[in-house]
Ligand binder design. Structure first.
Ligand SMILES: Cc1cc2nc3c(=O)[nH]c(=O)nc-3n(C[C@H](O)[C@H](O)[C@H](O)COP(=O)(O)OP(=O)(O)OC[C@H]3O[C@@H](n4cnc5c(N)ncnc54)[C@H](O)[C@@H]3O)c2cc1C
Ligand SMILES: NC(=O)c1ccc[n+]([C@@H]2O[C@H](COP(=O)([O-])OP(=O)(O)OC[C@H]3O[C@@H](n4cnc5c(N)ncnc54)[C@H](OP(=O)(O)O)[C@@H]3O)[C@@H](O)[C@H]2O)c1
Length: 427
């Protein structure tokens, strides 16, 4: 009898882990997804939808384009985009790619939607997981046993919502990026985004593009955003120190007036279905805490976590982690005991702590995916040159980088230009 493996979540990491595991027919794979459709963040904008399990999973918003080219860590060696797809595109194209992969790999029957995993426990005597799942449509509870579990539930859904001094007195609209659904809603408004990363820069620009009076970004980031072509209505400000009514004071003593504040302060990893001893406490960093080889639980070598790191590589890394899991399940790769896992994790963590900038991050994650490819005998997905070009282009033009074209790292095919420039796309 083959090993029974449960994948929790059917976003990209669940889909590609399922594809990778299913490449060996002896592995019995099942994917449980609590939403009513597969695709995770990309499944639909679902902006006004509260799913059966009580809240909206996706943090995507209308108008969102991908923020790195498909040639950098998205396109897979074993399933490529159609030749007429530009390097940058919007959410429907991503859904088409995910759905296309599921059909191409012939794995659709392995996905079970409306199945919310509510409890996962490990039995030390049988060395198996006991999993409790609720069917969100019928409310029936199911109990099952698996040999391995892959947690693929993402980590960009549960808002990290820090308190800022005086925020109770703010008179305008005060939301987290998770609840930002459309830049068009902020036409004529004075917007402040808090945060120094992707959400802050993109949401400020979305507000600007759709007619905000101005959209400022307040951050404490070491890596200054400092793009040379911010529109004049988008201004970087030092971190805020106080909010009083509509007035925000910044660290340098200057102030600003705002109608809307959007906390672009990131997300929390959250695994309510795992017991304390197996839970993972980590942040959105290059080396996630508590994992051997960035994907195996330090506490239990039959428990995998897919895509828990800060991501440059996305789909290609998820699939390689799935291939790595396949090799472990098949006993072709032996995971070391706890002390061996811990020692390697500590070494990874030290390497992660020494990374100074985005270029270091890119090369670090490239070394990781190269290692996974070598260990598993799967095709190399090294896109470091594409990533470096992308970073350089972005640092030259935050408004223009999405108009660039890249070549496939597998075939050399040059993607066509985008049909509409990002700044002109008002849909
Ligand atoms: C605003 C935003 C923009 C982004 N833009 C890009 C981009 O341009 N390019 C890029 O490559 N990446 C981007 N990302 C990153 C994106 O998260 C990844 O591309 C990808 O969606 C991660 O896949 P995932 O499967 O790990 O997580 P998700 O896509 O979050 O999928 C997790 C799935 O697990 C399910 N689930 C959760 N808990 C349970 C449970 N208890 N039981 C059963 N199912 C469960 C959820 O319903 C969901 O379907 C963006 C993320 C955000 C938030
Ligand atoms: N396709 C797109 O255009 C697009 C758009 C948005 C997001 N995304 C994706 O979504 C994911 C999440 O991005 P994200 O920007 O939401 O999260 P993130 O990259 O984790 O960044 C969170 C930001 O919040 C800041 N922050 C956290 N707590 C703070 C506090 N108390 N005070 C001030 N600042 C604080 C952090 O600053 P420190 O670093 O100082 O902690 C960091 O700058 C990424 O994978 C990204 O690629 C993509």
């Amino acid at each position: 009898m083959g090993k029974k493996v449960l994948v929790i979540g059917s976003g990209p990491s669940g889909i590609f882990t399922c594809g990778a595991l299913s490449s060996d027919k002896s592995i019995d794979v099942k994917v449980y997804e609590r939403a009513s459709q597969i695709g995770g963040q990309w499944a639909g904008l679902r902006t006004d939808l509260v799913e059966d399990y009580g809240h909206r999973h996706s943090s995507l918003y209308r108008g969102l384009w991908i923020n790195g080219p498909k040639e950098a860590g998205i396109e897979l060696p074993n399933y490529q985009f159609e030749k007429d797809i530009p390097s940058y595109f919007k959410q429907p194209q991503m859904v088409k790619y995910l759905e296309g992969y599921v059909d191409h790999m012939n794995i659709r029957q392995k996905f079970h939607v409306s199945m919310n995993v509510i409890k996962t426990e490990f039995n030390d005597t049988t060395n198996q997981f006991h999993v409790k799942t609720e069917n969100t449509a019928t409310k029936e509870i199911h109990d099952e046993i698996f040999d391995y579990v892959a947690v693929a539930t993402g980590h960009f859904s549960m808002a990290h919502d820090p308190h800022f001094k005086g925020e109770e007195s703010f008179k305008g609209k005060y939301i987290h990026a998770h609840d930002f659904i459309d830049g068009k809603l902020y036409k004529g408004q004075r917007v402040l985004c808090i945060g120094g990363s992707y959400s802050a820069e993109d949401i400020a620009l979305q507000c600007w593009k759709f007619g905000a009076e101005y959209a400022h970004i307040t951050h404490r980031s070491q890596k200054q955003l400092a793009y040379p072509d911010w529109p004049k209505e988008v201004l970087e400000r030092p971190i805020l120190t106080n909010i009083e009514g509509n007035t925000v004071t910044f660290k340098d003593g200057t102030t600003g007036e705002y109608d809307v504040i959007i906390k672009c302060t990131g997300y929390l990893h959250s695994f309510p279905f795992l017991p304390k001893e197996l839970n993972l406490k980590c942040r959105n960093v290059m080396v996630p805490s508590g994992l051997y080889n960035q994907c195996v639980s330090l506490q239990n070598s039959q428990l995998f976590f897919i895509g828990m790191q800060d991501q440059y590589y996305t789909f290609t890394m998820f699939q390689l982690q799935g291939f790595y899991m396949r090799e472990v399940v098949l006993n072709k790769i032996q995971v070391p005991d706890f002390s061996g896992r811990l020692a390697e994790y500590e070494a990874d963590r030290a390497e992660g702590a020494a990374l100074k900038d985005c270029y270091d991050d890119i090369h670090f994650q490239t070394r990781y995916v190269n290692k996974l490819a070598k260990l598993t005998g799967e095709q190399n997905v090294d896109a470091s040159e594409v990533f470096v070009r992308w970073e350089n282009q972005k640092h030259k033009s935050i408004c223009g980088f999405r108009n660039e074209q890249f070549r496939s790292i597998y075939t050399g095919h040059l993607a066509p230009p985008v049909p509409t420039k990002w700044t002109e796309d008002m849909s």
